[in-house]
Design a protein around this ligand. Structure first.
Ligand code: TXA
Ligand code: MG
Length: 347
């Protein structure tokens, strides 16, 4: 069984916490362990070692053509694995590291396991803003490959309990640093071109990036099904609850009518809403996902709410939609993927 190592993230000297030391030891032995970050829990393994990376893919059931993000604790580790740090990337690092921003660079050959980068000539790197993750990275003195610590296709884990739900028995242990905070994954921005491109919206918004480096594009594949995404991970159905999920564009009365239609067919119906409007629905399960007036709280609660629908055994879920600005961009991206792009528009 997978061990849960509780670690209080607020104390000093986490690097010498016995659980962190144990977890670092596993990493040095090319075993995999889960760690908290400020976005979601990650499944950590030695990025230099083929065997460790193979274990990550195997535990998650992840397709091998989907490259991993490399996590570092010090800026000096970056120079060891990238061919160059473009000037705009440098400014983004200054502004947002440590933090929920992953940057894609041209890679220096021969440093990392080629399985970690799925054979690409680029590498995605980030410095997480979480005391337990940083302590673990420092204690093991390795670059760490870490995808989200969920089974491939499931909602990403924002608590240690979510990790255990998916990976119990498949990994040695999970460092439990409490719930993660941001709740959606890091923003992935490709800085190998003159105008940087967002490949995955996340914790750092387009507006925040543009305030630092000017124009930033969005990978057209994020909005157009026909395009081939440059971030291989974005082509898979993801974050999905077991029951079919529909996004509803229209009034709350319209959403309520959809609920009643399905209940008449004998289905157990779930609704995903926010604190503001929860009182306006009558369904079998009405789950509150933060406060619409503060989209950060919606991001933070999203994956837990998607997972709770599974426990509640609903047959179908209707969800409100959110504005596509700020972190709302990441929220809508994840909801669209979870829904497999099923949107019902009120006529
Ligand atoms: O917040 C996060 O980023 C979390 C925590 C654990 O750090 N990690 C995470 O990893 O979300 P993962 O593996 O679930 O997502 C990595 C994403 C995928 O969409 C992948 O395709 C993309 O990053 N990616 C990785 N390397 C890439 C590269 N060289 N070029 C383009 N996309 C890349
Ligand atoms: Mg993931």
């Amino acid at each position: 069984n997978t061990k849960v190592w509780k670690v209080d993230k607020c104390v000093d000297n986490l690097e010498s916490n016995p659980h962190v030391v144990d977890a670092a030891h596993f990493l040095r032995e090319n075993e995999v362990v889960a760690m908290p970050t400020e976005t979601v829990y990650g499944l950590a393994g030695n990025a230099k070692n083929d065997e460790a990376v193979r274990k990550i893919f195997e535990a998650k059931g992840r397709p091998s053509d989907n490259p991993l993000i490399i996590h570092i604790a010090e800026r000096s580790q970056l120079e060891q694995m990238v061919a160059e740090v473009p000037e705009k990337a440098d400014r983004l690092i200054e502004a947002f590291w440590p933090g929920p921003l992953t940057i894609v660079f041209r890679m220096k050959e021969g440093v990392l396991s080629k399985f970690a980068t799925a054979g690409l000539s680029t590498v995605a790197v980030r410095m997480p803003d979480h005391p337990v993750a940083l302590a673990l990275l420092r204690a093991c003195r390795l670059p760490i490959a870490a995808p989200s610590a969920n089974s491939s296709g499931k909602p990403s884990p924002t608590t240690a309990a979510h990790v255990v739900e998916d990976l119990n028995g498949k990994i040695a242990g999970v460092l439990d640093g409490g719930p993660t905070g941001v709740g959606v994954e890091s923003t992935v921005v490709d800085c190998t071109e003159d105008v940087p491109v967002i490949l995955r919206p996340g914790g750092i918004t387009r507006e925040q990036l543009e305030a630092v480096i000017g124009e930033v594009r969005i990978d057209p594949a994020l909005t157009n099904e026909a395009e081939q995404p440059k971030s291989p991970g974005m082509k898979y159905r993801h974050y999905a609850p077991n029951a079919p999920l529909y996004l509803v564009s229209g009034t709350r009365e319209f959403l309520q009518r959809l609920v009643e239609e399905k209940q008449k067919e004998g289905l157990r119906v779930g609704v995903l809403t926010t604190e503001e409007f929860a009182g306006e629905y009558e369904a079998d399960e009405v789950l509150i996902c933060g406060q619409r007036s503060e989209l950060d709280t919606v991001a933070s609660a999203l994956y837990d709410v998607l997972r709770r629908f599974n426990q509640l055994n609903v047959d179908i879920i209707f969800s409100e939609m959110f504005p596509n600005i700020g972190v709302g961009h990441a929220i809508m991206n994840r909801l669209e993927k979870a829904a497999g792009n099923k949107v019902i528009v009120e006529k």
